[in-house]
Design a protein around this ligand. Structure first.
Ligand code: HEM
Length: 198
């Protein structure tokens, strides 16, 4: 099976969130388990449990963002690995810290990694050319339908028909249809206006 590492890690982490919750659930009724609900040790285990969901969801969001905006390149690869390292390191740090509170500096690994991933993703998103920008030939749908990136979804992951504005299955220009019919209408008005003025 060929799949994206962020997507795989996302669902594996969500699954481990359930499993870690089940393990906590076996013991959590005991008032004094691990020194009581507010004890440092128990808080660290709880944080580990929750971090599986948070960082699983984060990797899923990263993957969706990359797909939706057709982001690629070295920066995106670094961000991808930064999110993976952060997601793996965080629950490990929680477990280590639960027994060795003085080792708090190990949290710098997931923290720095996640900040790097977040900052890179944001920067590359801001810099990403608009899919409809004629200067960006790679994203021009008429030139390369495989890289199409519209409200219809990409050609690789098309949006389901029932989510589309006009339920069409055929090729549509970037920015038309999808779940944003007002945008489509606005674009049509602009087009007819420019025809009148020329
Ligand atoms: C199979 C599913 C799950 C099980 C069995 C489970 C189990 C548990 C248990 C037993 C605790 C208490 C730990 C303690 O007393 O120290 C807990 C806490 C917590 N869980 Fe889960 N959990 C599950 C899913 C989730 C999900 C989906 C989320 C959120 C996305 C979540 C977020 C939390 C949070 C935020 C706490 C801390 C609550 C607090 O401190 O008041 N859990 N979970």
């Amino acid at each position: 099976m060929k799949s994206n590492p962020n997507l795989l890690l996302a669902w594996l982490w969500i699954l481990l969130g359930f499993v870690s919750g089940m393990v906590l659930g076996l013991f959590f009724r005991g008032e004094d388990w691990l020194g009581g609900y507010a004890s440092f040790k128990r808080r660290m285990y709880r944080l580990g449990h929750i971090s599986f969901f948070g960082l699983g969801a984060l990797n899923l969001l990263f993957w969706l963002t990359v797909q939706h905006f057709s982001l690629a390149g070295q920066g995106i690869s670094v961000a991808s690995w930064a999110f993976i390292v952060g997601a793996i390191a965080m629950p490990i740090c929680c477990v280590i810290m639960a027994s060795f509170p003085k080792a708090h500096l190990i949290f710098s690994v997931p923290v720095v990694s996640l900040i790097l991933g977040g900052a890179l993703t944001l920067t590359l998103l801001v810099q990403a050319p608009k899919p409809t920008d004629p200067a960006n030939t790679a994203l021009r749908t008429s030139d390369n339908p495989k890289l199409r990136n519209t409200e219809l979804g990409s050609s690789v992951n098309p949006q389901p028909r029932w989510l589309r504005y006009d339920r069409s299955a055929g090729f549509q220009p970037a920015g038309s249809g999808g779940i944003l019919p007002p945008v489509h209408r606005f674009q049509q008005s602009l087009r007819s206006l420019s025809t009148i003025h020329h």
